[in-house]
Write a protein that binds this ligand. Structure first.
Ligand code: GUN
Length: 291
């Protein structure tokens, strides 16, 4: 039987609809809408699309968004000054710098320059530390999106074997931290390019999260029959189309549930950026953190 296809677009639409209520209470207390500023340096076409999708998601939850576009010639010092101005702007709640940055700009320096209170990507070392400690303020968006899709699709995680393929700072590492939290309770294996026998590791997964950034890396033969597959890959195929890390056409006959690319994790990641903006604004307004 073909797998259930996990519709990230529909899940994100429900999530954003529900978020409107929290957004409205925060707006009432602040006397203005929660406000996200996205910073785009250079003219990478894919980054433009991602930022636009985040703006569209913001609109759906009545969150204001502003796009600050800077030329690829922007220096690291200029970019840091811009971020410092946003950090102290009382009308800005969330700030994100779309990655990748042009060559010559040291990414870690930029990620440290965003105030931890406004760091809706959860990239600042302080927020990464809080996550590792188990008391995060804002959750990393793509990992939280993966968890939210699994939770809303009633996939049990407590005691489950979850195999994460990829160890990036954006997905693999923070996702492993979220999954091993006591409230989630998964047993996690993180695989990467030095993993000796990828197929053997992946076959152990009740849930497999593919986040390696390599089209077709996860084949149907690697999967345990009935596994739940979440594809975080965003690769461009030869024809320019967006494809994931999983061979979807074949995996759909082996998995019990699978998220597609596009229309899976991507829309939910954008929704989580918006939730973080609302939560950053809520904290500014003196609200308690949402559970
Ligand atoms: N580039 C790829 N993924 C991300 C992300 O989650 N946040 C930002 N800011 N840039 C990215």
């Amino acid at each position: 039987m073909a797998a259930r296809v996990l519709d990230g677009k529909a899940i994100a639409a429900d999530f954003l609809m529900a978020l409107k209520e929290r957004s409205a209470s925060v707006a009432e207390r602040l006397g203005r809408q929660p406000h996200l500023v996205a910073v785009l340096v250079g003219d990478d076409p894919a980054s433009r699309v991602y930022v636009r999708n985040k703006e569209r998601a913001a609109e759906k939850a009545d969150v204001r968004s502003t796009l600050l576009t800077l030329p690829s010639s922007t220096s690291e010092t200029d970019l840091v000054s811009r971020l410092q101005a946003l950090n102290v702007d009382p009308k800005v709640d969330g700030v994100l710098v779309q990655l990748p940055l042009p060559k010559g700009i040291h990414e870690p320096a930029i990620l440290r320059a965003v105030s931890p209170d406004k760091d809706v990507d959860c990239f600042h070392p302080l927020n990464v530390g809080l996550l590792a400690e188990g008391s995060p303020f804002l959750l990393p968006c793509t990992p939280a999106a993966v968890l939210e899709i699994l939770r809303r699709s009633n996939v049990p995680l407590e005691g489950a074997n979850v195999v994460v393929v990829g160890r990036s700072n954006i997905v693999g590492k923070p996702l492993a931290l979220l999954l091993i939290q006591k409230e989630v309770g998964a047993t996690v294996t993180v695989c990467h390019t030095q993993t000796r026998n990828l197929a053997e590791e992946v076959r152990r997964g009740d849930v497999v999260v593919a986040a390696a950034g390599r089209a077709g890396l996860i084949t149907a033969e690697m999967l345990k029959p009935g596994a739940v597959v979440i594809d975080v890959g965003t690769n461009r195929g030869a024809d320019g189309r967006l494809v994931g890390d999983v061979d979807f056409q074949a995996a759909v006959d082996v998995a019990s549930a699978i998220s597609p690319v596009p229309g899976g994790v991507g829309p939910m990641t954008c929704a989580l950026v918006v939730r973080n903006t609302v939560e950053a604004a809520a904290r500014r307004a003196g609200f308690k953190a949402a559970s």
